[in-house]
Design a binder for this molecule. Structure first.
Ligand code: GP9
Ligand code: MN
Length: 434
């Protein structure tokens, strides 16, 4: 109902933070590459197996002086996995508590998504993915989000050849290499999203591409993880050297993020071995939900930033750097670069993480020290803090769900954004491929 939207809008307004003057618009007008690192966890950064870095190229990129890297950044997905990450990244709306928002609401809802926003600012927008177009209902959702182009499996030659394909689609190196011919044709400036897929459970790779020793946790679905992550790292490096050769590196912003965990909580003995621990606590498991979030620009002020955040915050943070004023857009995340940023990270099940305290799988911890805090031992201050934090978390999740399930953005009358006309967007259909 329109009244619901009004209420949510005034909440959004009350949460708005000022941009950061030393970042705002510093990368304005540049191309944007969004690099979706499938199942990539933060622990892989600088992680070594037998003294060898698993992801040397991403590590270098992470430590680059022009890369802004966040090391307390959490995934917030639920059952919608990749699609939850995508809706957060491009809309700053949460996925749903069950199922996938893209599948259920992607076709018919009104959105005010990042591709459409950039498109209305003169950008060409394109999504790239080496799986069938319809997976997670991307073919319909990307239209609603305003993508001009969607290059899915059917656009790539030999995509069904066994040597080109593993698991969910084209192998990342081939996918990225063959995306170049489309990237080169995009009028600049462009916003391009590349969704990788090879580093996906069950982490299998053909022999010729295995270039790294497996771990020896004794859990066969875990032990290949570093091998496909290493492959993804090499694929990224090849793509970066292509960008440099093509003259696109310096006039583009590269934003990277890991979409969600690669190793689930069902593999705790293996996780303990990877982390060199005897026993895991819920605190350790919470830390294990960190994923990378990095933004690189030629003259961007980089460094490792310890601000606490999550995927819902990517869009407002990127808008800041790109100099797009947010004008009270219905975003449930906040600009991580803002001086007033709060650092409350709601998880989809209602748990949360803040710089002071966290609630994970029902247990409370001191975020800095990892010390467990029993509810019955809470000080009055802690009681108050938990109550306030929980009510904020419950509220944003509830409001975001209302926006998605009630299709509330159709009631937005803003004049600085034209509603996307989906009927004007068509993608070549690639249903001939499986
Ligand atoms: C498939 C891919 C995988 O197209 O993006 O999604 P996930 O299983 O990670 O949600
Ligand atoms: Mn995924």
């Amino acid at each position: 109902k329109p009244a619901d939207f009004k209420e949510i809008q005034s909440f959004i307004k009350s949460q708005k933070l000022p941009n950061n003057v030393s970042y705002f618009g510093t990368q304005k007008g540049k191309n944007v590459f969004v690099f979706h690192l499938e199942s990539f966890q933060q622990f892989l950064i600088d992680y070594k197996v037998n003294g060898k870095e698993v992801t040397p190229n991403l590590n270098k990129f992470y430590h680059d002086q022009n890369t802004l890297s966040f090391d307390n950044f959490y995934h917030q997905v639920s059952q919608g996995k990749t699609s939850d990450a995508e809706i957060m990244q491009e809309n700053s709306l949460y996925g749903l508590p069950t199922g996938s928002a893209m599948v259920k609401y992607g076709t018919d809802n009104t959105f005010e998504a990042l591709p459409a926003i950039m498109g209305q600012r003169g950008y060409t927008t394109a999504a790239f993915h080496g799986d069938v177009a319809s997976f997670w209902n991307r073919d319909n959702t990307y239209k609603s989000w305003g993508y001009n182009y969607y290059f899915s499996k059917g656009y790539y030659s030999n995509a069904d050849k066994p040597s080109y394909n593993v698991g969910y689609g084209l192998k990342d190196k081939i996918f990225l290499r063959d995306s170049a011919k489309y990237i080169e044709q995009l009028p600049q400036p462009f916003y391009a999203k590349l969704v990788t897929v090879t580093n996906h459970y069950p982490y299998q790779l053909d022999k010729e591409n295995i270039n790294f020793p497996a771990t020896k946790t004794g859990d066969s679905t875990v032990d290949g993880y570093v091998q496909t992550a290493h492959y993804l790292d090499e694929a990224f490096a090849e793509f970066v050297s292509y960008l440099k050769k093509a003259g696109l590196y310096d006039n583009s912003v590269l934003m990277l993020y890991g979409d969600h965990y690669g190793i689930s909580e069902n593999h705790q003995p293996a996780i303990a071995k990877l982390l060199g621990k005897d026993k895991l606590t819920n605190y350790d498991l919470a830390q294990f939900q960190k994923v990378p979030f990095m933004i690189h620009g030629k003259d961007l002020k980089g460094g490792i930033n310890h601000t606490y955040g999550g995927e819902i915050d990517m869009m407002p943070t990127l808008l800041d750097i790109m100099g797009v004023p947010d004008n009270n857009l219905t975003m449930f995340g906040q600009d991580m670069l803002s001086e007033n940023y709060k650092g409350i990270v709601p998880l989809r099940d209602g748990d949360w993480i803040t710089p002071n305290m966290m609630k994970f799988n029902g247990d409370y911890y001191n975020t800095k020290t990892g010390q467990a805090i029993t509810e019955s031992d809470f000080t009055d201050k802690q009681k108050q803090y938990v109550k306030q934090t929980q009510s904020y978390v419950d509220k944003v999740l509830k409001y975001s769900d209302k926006v998605v399930t009630g299709d509330l953005l159709r009631f937005d009358k803003r004049t600085d954004f034209a509603k996307v006309d989906k009927s004007k967007i068509t993608y070549k259909v690639d249903t001939g491929l499986s």
